[in-house]
Design a protein around this ligand. Structure first.
Ligand code: ARG
Length: 563
């Protein structure tokens, strides 16, 4: 029961083969509102072909067309508008949702193809920034969306745990640090040492020499350097894990930059063998002029590796380990040029999966108008933002539903959900300013609003004591329910679109739309009225609950049954 197909067939017959099914499909439009019809066929493009005015063509088609499959087919100026049979369409849609349950909308397009997703990837000894938050929640949602489309994603946290900055950090710690302080408040203390290093090395260039020496030792496996590095890494990870736990995000691998330390030699060897490395002022670079890009610096003159050296090793590793169908990097837009260079080097190396490398960029985020940065010294910790959001949610719940059971668990789901949803509802490349209080409103396009639609549906089902909802013959003909039913039917297409565009906002916007139509339905009709239509209406409510919850799950947001 595919209504689009019915429209196409009816038109193809009425047009006597003057347009192919594909041509018709491309022309079909969705009217702005349901009272204009459910699908529209514009006739402008036919005017030339048929030597008649578009209005006339619409008239003629209306007379010829077999409309028995539809509620009605009407002419509106140069358009032919199709109204679907509400009873039939609602029954078929609800049957699809109820039979599939949470699996509704799933497809096998990905064919089990492996997709490493490079995501989150904060830097050791630095606070996780809001940018890393974006990478975490966008990456996590893309992983869920890919799974729903039949891919097998691998969420990899490419920690920034290697690089010359660790030479600086060890130097600074040796000069000014002490163990007890770092143990008490690891990241803050380490940042303090790092900032002090940068202040003092302006007048004392010998500090830089020392730092270079410590990094060289680290790269060569010096036990003291390694012990300190390992400790800093573990202490930092502990703090990061706290945030991941709050967000409910897990990773399949934590193969940070350090993981590739012993794999760099091979990279350099391959580049040499392929005659790609050239010397430039003592350093080793890959020329990328044929891509219109600056050369990629692979080894510094002192032989030290760079961020890109480790990324080449990473790509090589993923290529061998996964033979990726797609190879995704969820990293801020500020690294766009860098990823162009990386991809170019990999293409030059002839890496099989190089063409599949895709940078998935996202915009900047500010919170209540404030930018988050380590350098300025004013750090807004991500964990704090999450805590604040949960507190605000708790306040809101205390006002709205003071008797709610497990209030603090629900506040957690609402507070965190508000931040995650508030991020994901924006197209990822947009810059966003986060006004926390706005994201927590139960009205408007927010996470809590969508969560509330789900809780409302669940509450209706509780009230109705609806234990047996059957999947067949659920004809809902109330005009008020129509937009909700059409929204439910659209979900599988949205799942595909979100995957094609790697764009969680497609799902978030969809969830808002479904919630809005459902709230309107709720406001305008007596769902629980005890009449013959009740079972079908409850089937609709149950379907809404399933699809809202599943949409939120694809975004990494929980859907409490009560709030
Ligand atoms: N640690 C980096 C940063 O915070 C992000 C790493 C992104 N992933 C990668 N493979 N380069 O900027």
């Amino acid at each position: 029961m595919d209504y689009k197909q019915k429209v196409i067939t009816a038109l193809a017959n009425a047009l006597d083969g003057q347009l192919s099914a594909e041509e018709i499909a491309l022309k079909l439009e969705k009217p702005k509102t349901s009272d204009l019809g459910d699908m529209a066929f514009p006739t402008f493009a036919l005017a030339k072909l048929l030597h008649r005015a578009p209005q006339q063509i619409a008239q003629d088609l209306a007379e010829k067309i077999d409309s028995s499959d539809f509620e009605r087919v009407v002419v509106a100026g140069p358009y032919l508008n199709f109204f679907f049979d509400k009873g039939q369409y609602s029954a078929a849609t609800l049957e699809n949702v109820l039979n599939a349950g949470a699996a509704y909308g799933q497809n096998d397009d990905g064919n089990g193809g492996k997709v490493p997703i490079d995501m989150s990837s904060p830097n050791i000894a630095k606070p996780m920034s809001m940018g890393h938050l974006r990478s975490t929640v966008i990456g996590n949602s893309i992983a869920e969306i890919l799974t729903k489309n039949g891919y097998a994603p691998i969420k990899d946290n490419h920690l920034g745990d290697w690089g010359t900055q660790f030479g600086k950090l060890i130097t600074a710690y040796k000069l000014w640090g002490n163990e007890a302080d770092v143990k008490a408040d690891p990241i803050n203390k380490l940042v303090e040492y790092y900032v002090r290093f940068h202040k003092e090395d302006v007048d004392k260039p010998e500090l830089d020499d020392e730092a270079r020496e410590w990094f060289r030792k680290l790269e060569n496996g010096d036990p003291e350097a390694h012990r300190l590095w390992k400790w800093f890494r573990e202490a930092s990870l502990e703090e990061f894990n706290d945030v991941y736990k709050k967000l409910g995000v897990t990773f399949d691998t934590y193969n940070g930059e350090a993981f590739y330390n012993d794999k760099l030699e091979e990279v350099v060897q391959i580049l040499k063998d392929k005659h790609l490395l050239v010397e430039s002022q003592g350093a080793q670079v890959v020329d990328l002029s044929k891509y219109n890009l600056n050369p990629a610096l692979i080894l510094k003159s002192d032989g030290a590796s760079l961020y890109i050296t480790r990324d080449i090793a990473t790509a090589l590793y993923r290529d061998r380990e996964y033979a990726p169908a797609k190879n995704l990097y969820v990293v801020g837009s500020e690294q766009t040029y860098y990823f162009q260079q990386l991809k170019a080097v990999l293409l030059e190396m002839g890496l099989k999966s190089a063409p599949n490398l895709q940078h998935v960029p996202f915009g900047l985020i500010t919170v209540d108008g404030k930018k988050l940065s380590t350098r300025s010294g004013r750090i807004i910790l991500l964990a704090k933002v999450l805590e604040e959001s949960v507190e605000l949610a708790e306040k809101e719940i205390n006002e709205k539903n003071p008797d709610l059971a497990n209030k603090s668990a629900v506040a957690q789901q609402v507070g965190v959900g508000a931040i995650v949803f508030g991020d994901l509802k924006n197209e990822r490349t947009n810059n966003i300013d986060f006004v926390l209080a706005d994201q927590l409103k139960f009205e408007g396009e927010t996470g809590p609003y969508v969560q509330y639609a789900h809780a409302r549906a669940e509450s209706i089902l509780r009230k109705a004591k609806a234990t047996t909802i059957t999947a067949d013959a659920n004809q809902v003909t109330d005009p008020e329910a129509w937009d909700t039913i059409k929204a439910l039917a659209d979900f599988p297409a949205m799942v595909k679109m979100a995957c094609d565009e790697l764009e969680p906002s497609v799902i978030a916007k969809y969830a808002i739309r479904l919630s809005k139509t459902f709230n309107k339905y709720y406001a305008h009709s007596k769902i629980l009225a005890d009449d013959a239509g009740l079972p079908a209406r409850l089937a609709l409510v149950k379907s809404v609950s399933i699809v809202v919850k599943e949409s939120l799950r694809l975004l990494g947001v929980k859907a409490p049954d009560e709030m």
